[in-house]
Design a protein around this ligand. Structure first.
Ligand code: ADP
Ligand code: MG
Length: 288
């Protein structure tokens, strides 16, 4: 039978905006030793601002226009930001064959031309040479009919509570904190340093994230050392179900992530994970 204190624990968690999908997860929460975070939308807001546009042989406006059109069928935070930066719905373009490539970006036929919008990995896969840019921030490359058309700089910001969340997790028994991201090494390192995470793995494809979590699960010191994965995206669903405890963002997170998760942070605040662990430890009398 389930101890009464578990119901109280689930109640207190829900009062804090943390949805715990079963009393068994309350116990698992109290045993978390490793927390693996996705970066974009989890540690950072996932709301990118366009900071610079570097077109090649076309105008900056046309470059942004192309990128925004190709992103129309994506709900990735990068796509939403590019659509917001070019909200002009009036100019009708014909778009077909839109295709999202996980961990790389989007491709579509716009007015008869194949437009690719994504990272260096996508450009490499298409055999398109891109300009090496040493500027900080996330870079979105654009190619039109196999010809490099330039890049757009976008930048995201760390959520206000992220740094505090990391230190609160450590105070609540979490000894290993890891960041996984599909973004570039330089962006990943900068965010990690800002928030106090030492274990960082960047330029990962969704399947690389699953592999990394499986490795961490296999190398646990004890069976009862639990691993939580925190993510927000459609691509995060496989990792969320693999982890001992999958934690999703409730407000901006994708439906697939919320569905696959065991715990949902309703207001997308990573600090609430530390709160939930604290509540679970109190319930199980680990904290007096
Ligand atoms: P994260 O691990 O930071 O959540 P994702 O795995 O969702 O990142 O994406 C990894 C990288 O793939 C992004 O940093 C970006 O370079 C590229 N990417 C993914 N989706 C898109 C998109 N719709 N448009 C442009 N680039 C994208
Ligand atoms: Mg993501």
């Amino acid at each position: 039978s389930i101890p009464l204190s578990f119901f109280a624990g689930i109640g207190s968690a829900s009062h804090e905006g943390v949805l715990v999908k079963g009393s068994n997860y309350l116990e698992l929460l109290s045993e978390i030793k490793t927390v693996v975070f996705d970066k974009t939308g989890t540690l950072t807001k996932g709301v990118f601002e366009v900071t610079n546009i570097h077109p090649e042989k076309i105008s900056a406006d046309e470059l942004l226009h192309m990128a925004a059109h190709v992103e129309r069928y994506s709900t990735h935070p990068i796509a939403n930001s590019l659509k917001k930066a070019y909200p002009n719905e009036a100019d009708a373009c014909s778009i077909s064959d839109a295709k999202e490539i996980a961990g790389q970006g989007m491709q579509a036929i716009v007015n008869g031309k194949l437009v690719c919008v994504g990272n260096a990995k996508m450009m490499d896969a298409m055999g398109i040479s891109w300009q090496n840019c040493l500027d900080a921030g996330t870079i979105v490359h654009i190619a039109i009919d196999g010809v490099y058309a330039g890049h757009i700089h976008i930048s995201d910001v760390v959520k206000p509570h992220t740094k505090q969340a990391i230190s609160e997790l450590r105070k609540n028994g979490v000894s290993n904190i890891v960041m996984l991201t599909g973004d570039s090494r330089s962006v990943a390192q900068r965010v990690a340093q800002d928030v106090g995470i030492q274990n960082v793995y960047s330029e990962l494809l969704p399947q690389d994230k699953v592999k990394k979590v499986e490795d961490l699960l296999q190398n646990k010191a004890k069976e009862t050392d639990r691993l939580a994965f925190v993510g927000d995206g459609i691509n995060d669903a496989p990792v969320l179900s693999r982890a001992d405890i999958g934690v999703a963002m409730g407000a901006m997170g994708s439906d697939a992530a919320i569905e696959a998760a065991d715990v949902v942070l309703m207001d997308d605040d990573p600090l609430k994970l530390a709160t939930a662990i604290h509540i679970s430890r109190k319930c199980l009398r680990i904290v007096k």
